[in-house]
Design a protein around this ligand. Structure first.
Ligand SMILES: Cc1ncc(COP(=O)(O)O)c(C=O)c1O
Length: 137
């Protein structure tokens, strides 16, 4: 199945919105817990508190997790993600596009590309809003 995009950042794709009466963490929980099941493999990109939260939530699923980290205040390198995904059937790649804990905004395009290459869902937590002025890597 072609990965669906739920984000208005990609105007060339038909958006699909699901309103949730929940906090941001509740949204992450709903996305991750409903995506991963036994036998799945996922990559969690961690570069701060909120992406770490996504990793902790993913640990509550039976999926096999691969952790790709960057130091606090830096974005995860999409090449590191590509290397980990190589030769594996990755179901989900998770990251915090806007890592609210450090203010780092990650350029999501290369992660979208890696996710498309391996047919994975891209789950991105986004604190703040597009153009909030933080440096984008
Ligand atoms: C990037 C980001 N910022 C902030 C939050 C915190 O949201 P909330 O306090 O509504 O749970 C989250 C939730 O996981 C997040 O992913």
């Amino acid at each position: 199945m072609k990965p669906r995009c739920c984000c208005a950042d990609f105007p060339d794709r038909k958006p699909h919105y699901v309103p949730l009466s929940a906090s941001g963490s509740g949204g992450i929980e709903a996305s991750v817990l409903n995506s991963l099941e036994s036998g799945d493999e996922a990559i969690c990109c961690v570069n701060g508190l909120f992406s770490q939260r996504m990793h902790v939530i993913a640990q509550h699923t039976p999926a096999t997790l691969h952790l790709v980290e960057a130091p606090y205040g830096r974005p995860v390198d999409p090449e590191d993600v590509r290397k980990v995904a190589k030769g594996r059937k990755i179901k989900m790649i998770g990251l915090a596009q806007g890592e609210t804990s450090s203010g780092v905004v990650t350029n999501i395009d290369p992660f979208r590309q890696v996710a498309d290459e391996c047919g994975a869902l891209l789950v991105g937590g986004r604190g703040g809003y597009p153009g909030w002025g933080a440096p984008e890597y």
